[in-house]
Design a protein around this ligand. Structure first.
Ligand code: FMN
Length: 251
């Protein structure tokens, strides 16, 4: 029997499967599954994961084992078993969600206690760790690309710190458009789906495809923002419709 290509996905949105990030993620999964990959999504907001307290137990007393016996054990196991890791997150205050950050910090237990200085940087990597591909998917409320600057830098470093390699990053600004006007970003979403298939079949995503997925769909951020504000005001007027679920979009 053929061993399936396993993808372990973490969607850090506090809104889990009801958020904008999930819309992009679903496209990626659709593409990956069309190539027979086995995908599993974890929503940190639904898990019991305590924050790292920096007690040092996992480094010295019980190497590799955290003092907490919570859902993080299975998260680490799934990450280790996966061929590909996907980190999906909304931009929250220019960074990732706190739920996702909590998971990242708990990965300290998987690293070596001691330091290694290599290529001008400090690492805590365990020697001979196999390089694993990782992909990032970000959505942001703001229309300008600058909104991804910090989170992109942060994940570039995290992925390097962990000894993984970044195989692709997907950015979707003005995320309300994913629901309000999906047709204007249809080709970008299609490129995300093809990327999902490509990484499974070829082990990488072509530069051209990544460029297409991240190509601009906002002509003028100022106009988009104005449009967005109008929409929020309209929805505020219609609060009851929002709370009864007759209106699906929330910002
Ligand atoms: C607490 C919080 C902080 C946010 N901070 C930013 C921000 O710094 N920049 C930005 O462009 N959008 C920001 N947003 C908007 C979200 O990034 C955007 O709506 C995102 O697509 C939400 O994804 P989700 O629906 O999957 O949770 C923030 C939203 C929340 C709730």
């Amino acid at each position: 029997m053929e061993i399936p290509y396993k993808i372990f996905i973490i969607n850090g949105s506090h809104r889990s499967e009801n958020g904008f990030t999930e819309i992009v993620l679903k496209k990626f999964i659709k593409g990956a599954e069309s190539a027979k990959a086995q995908c599993e999504v974890l929503y940190p907001s639904k898990k019991k994961i305590f924050p790292c307290e920096s007690c040092g137990k996992c480094l010295f007393e019980t190497p590799g084992a955290c003092k907490y016996n919570d859902d993080m054990d299975s998260v680490i196991l799934k990450m280790e078993e996966a061929d590909l890791l996907v980190f999906a997150s909304p931009v929250y205050f220019d960074s990732m969600s706190s739920n996702l950050k909590k998971i990242i910090e708990r990965l300290r237990s998987t690293l070596d206690a001691y330091f290694e200085f290599r290529n001008g940087r400090t690492y805590h990597l365990k020697i001979n760790k196999k390089k694993k591909n990782a992909i990032t998917i970000f959505t942001a409320g703001n229309p300008e690309r600058e909104s991804f600057f910090s989170i992109s830098r942060i994940f570039n470093r995290i992925i390097d710190n962990m000894g993984w390699q970044l195989a692709g990053e997907f950015q979707f600004p003005a995320s309300h458009l994913l629901v309000a006007e999906p047709e204007i970003l249809a080709s970008q979403l299609e490129a995300v789906a093809i990327s999902g298939k490509e990484i499974v079949l070829k082990g990488e995503i072509s530069k051209k495809l990544l460029e297409k997925a991240n190509s601009e769909y906002i002509d003028d951020p100022k106009t988009t923002l104005h449009h967005m504000t109008q929409m929020i005001l309209e929805m505020r007027k219609d609060n009851q419709a929002i709370s009864t679920g007759t209106k699906k979009m929330r910002i």
